[in-house]
Design a protein around this ligand. Sequence first.
Ligand SMILES: [Zn+2]
Length: 260
Amino acid sequence: MSRFACRAALLLALSLGISAPAYAAQDCAGRLGTSRVMEVDPVGLQVGTKQFPQTLDLADREVVLTFDDGPHPGTTPAVLKALARECVRATFFLIGRHAAAHPDLVRREIAAGHTVGHHSMTHPMTLADIPYEKAVADIEKGLKADDEAAYGAGGTRPRVPFFRFPGFGSSPALLAYLKRRGIGVFGADLWASDWNPMTPEAQLTLVMERLDHAGRGIILFHDTRAQTVKMLPDFLAALKQKGYRVVHIVPPPPQTAVAP
Ligand SMILES: [Zn+2]
């Protein structure tokens, strides 16, 4: 392919929206950016002070951004665009049936460098309120659907062993199950209450008040909410202005070597 053809192909890819790798190569100077990557061991992990006694080891003014319930074609692309504009990496906790319906969006999240975790197949409210076997089946179906959408195949262990309970509705038996499966459980330290209808301005004020009070933490949003999409650019600008730093959480790399 000639240099011109290469360039034409690149421009075509960009115009078609296949631009995720371009974000990674972008110059992040002057933007909020992602300040560090934190490798999180999922085995026995239970973090987020809204649900558990402990949380991630974050320094003052460090935040982890998480988005639940997607992907959704009406809102997730705008969330990805806002994050890309500020060179910020986040974690998406997917609903399996949404991932199965929109695998293209799941792949865009991964291509842009975000972490893709799991949030059950059908989002029962809650998994703790349905029979244990049904709850386990819904969790497992979700893991498989997400990985099939993301990578074309789901193995016995999810590629990213991170899980968040819908409505934070866990039970000791389900927590023990995930621990045995080596899957880490993420709650949150604060949220924007974006399931309640409010203006983007009111939501921004609310979440910044909560964040300024907490000083750090795992923040929960929903990439399915239009008000969150509208708020996000201003929220990222507020983080930058107030000196907050974004931490990107990732699982350890898959173990390829077998111990002798
Ligand atoms: Zn949810």
